[in-house]
Design a protein around this ligand. Sequence first.
Ligand SMILES: [Fe+2]
Ligand SMILES: [Fe+2]
Length: 384
Amino acid sequence: MDLEGLNQWLAERNLKGHWDHQPWSQTVRTHLWKGKDIFEGLNQAGELITTGEAGRRTIQMRNPGLSAGMTNTIHISVQLVNPGEVAAAHRHTAAAIRFILKGNPKAYTVVQGERLPMSEGDLLTTPNWTWHDHFNGGDEPIVWLDGLDIRLVGTFGAMIQENFKKEQQPIEKPDHYSAKVFGQARPTWIKSEFAAPPYRYPWAETYDNLLALKESAGDPFDGVLLEYSNPLTGGPTLQTFSCQIQLLRPKEKTYSHRHTSTTVYHGFRGSGLTKVSANHLNWDPGDIFVVPSWQWHSHENTTDEDAILFSITDRPEARMEDRGWKMAILDPLFSIFKPALCDVPHSLPRESRSRRPASNRPCSRRDIHPSVHRWHLRRHIIPG
Ligand SMILES: [Fe+2]
Ligand SMILES: [Fe+2]
């Protein structure tokens, strides 16, 4: 038997030698889905199928590099609920968020007995294993982004779903319960039963924060970037993924960078250009795109108006230092500021090694812009 024969013999038994290199076909690809296609499909579905028939009336992103899903971890779909409709109560092991694109004062999601209003720009969390159902009591359809860690949970074979005994769960908590109980001044005797509590981040507050920070330096790689923090810990929105919102000022261009996490974006306001390696993604309101792990990327607001991107990142999963690894991120600023503390492991690709700082002295705040310093302290490597 020659080597080719051995490879064939192994393949027939669902085995493979390490020497038999084959292209890995399940790779997340950079891709942009146009909002007008998503909404056209969704509006058609709104006339053709009810939420009762569909379970959830959502249009899902399918990554051209994968046999299923949008990424290997997080997933976005867009959901529509017609006036008077209920999306029935259930719970599952996957955690979820809703970012509201079109709401109304009579629409709400109930999470674990608390009614959370759905207004445009609000972010609602549905931590894993919390009962949730949606209701539209208004006169117009409501639409939102669903973000879930369902691909990650599926990888572990741990996706379990349970339906509530009725279409809607009872509302057992007063309005604004989580905002009061888990806000800044909070009761000492009430503890959350979840690592991240169900929570609503009202758009009015988020937008106020974005505008208040508009004149600040911002993050050199992401503009005015806010993370929706877990109110209990101050950390990522949920344990497995985090949500962010960023404002790019008129004509603002960010520096390029890359990291070992995947991010999915939604163009919420305005238009811009995101360069992902050789791909140029021109986005408009409603568009959704994915920046896969370890791809150089930068953002640009190509207009004279503010542009706002909502995004979900699997960074909490990819944060390898939490698992005894050290995360490696490099960017062109290294060649400008030479922050020697941020060294480059030899295991990194050649183009990364070429950015190895010339000096070995530790970087100081004097060397670099303060926000860059914070950035590399937060995300850069310390070889271990
Ligand atoms: Fe659900
Ligand atoms: Fe990034």
